[in-house]
Design a protein around this ligand. Structure first.
Ligand code: ADP
Ligand code: ADP
Ligand code: ZN
Length: 221
């Protein structure tokens, strides 16, 4: 299965992607996570990406496209992948189409997590991530067992540097202006499957499972 998961910042893309990855055994490719990993290791890519990410701006297309190209042509992606947070601009979407066409592959679905903006701000301000393994929590809805400590690895939980109210507002605006228009692009290809991102994690995931079940059935015919 070749899937995209889209939706505004905080709509639960990463959370749902983690569940999809486990259930369907496809690699979860998050451009945001790849950039954060590069920032942590201090690579040239990380230094460049940080200039944009910390302010809530998009990393330029050429840089982003390059890392995605390298990642999805790796062997573990041959049987499918789930792209989270990519594409975010029209040139990125066009690049992805061309790459898939060249390999005679197609996307199976674009999962679109929908959610109200004010609720998103609240979600993002409560987000805590493990500084060691990247696991994601929420201070109210998904707290760790011990406050500030990761359940998975014992690492320290922190706020992302770009999760301030001011940066969130900018990211939401960029989403509206640059990324939301892609819905029309994928709607024309009849790929959009909308999921309510505002309900609890399992309810959203059940909706995803139902959608993906339909896709599998279709392909078996
Ligand atoms: P969120 O889901 O909260 O928006 P992500 O982890 O997906 O956050 O992305 C974090 C940041 O990384 C974005 O705000 C942006 O600066 C950068 N980024 C991630 N994916 C892309 C992309 N496809 N194009 C440009 N910048 C990106
Ligand atoms: P995105 O990748 O779209 O930015 P995340 O998966 O990081 O979103 O989720 C944003 C925040 O909301 C995190 O703190 C996460 O734990 C929390 N969260 C995710 N899904 C839900 C949900 N269905 N209900 C409540 N909180 C959620
Ligand atoms: Zn951890």
């Amino acid at each position: 299965m070749r899937l995209l998961i889209m939706g505004p910042p905080g709509s639960g893309k990463g959370t749902q992607a983690t569940l999809i990855k486990q259930a369907y055994q496809i690699p979860h490719i998050s451009t945001g996570e790849m950039f954060r990993a590069a920032i942590q290791t201090g690579s040239a890519l990380g230094v460049e990406a940080k200039k944009y990410i910390d302010h809530g701006e998009l990393v330029p297309d050429d840089i982003t496209i390059e890392i995605v190209k390298n990642r999805i042509t790796e062997k573990d992606c041959h049987h499918g992948f789930l792209l989270d947070g990519f594409p975010r601009t029209l040139p990125q979407a066009v690049f992805l189409d061309r790459l898939l066409e060249k390999c005679r592959l197609q996307l199976d679905a674009v999962l679109n997590l929908e959610m109200d903006e004010e609720a998103l701000v609240k979600r993002i301000l409560g987000r805590r991530v493990c500084s060691n393994c990247g696991a994601t929590y929420h201070v109210e809805s998904i707290p760790s067992q011990v406050a500030g400590i990761c359940d998975v690895c014992g690492g320290k939980l922190v706020m992302r540097k770009d999760d301030t109210e001011e940066t969130i507002r900018l990211r939401l605006r960029i989403y509206r202006e640059n990324t939301y228009p892609l819905m029309e692009y994928y709607a024309k290809k009849d790929l959009i499957k909308t999921v309510d991102g505002s309900c609890d994690i399992q309810t959203s995931f059940q909706a995803v499972v139902q959608i993906l079940g339909g896709i599998n059935d279709h392909h078996k015919k």
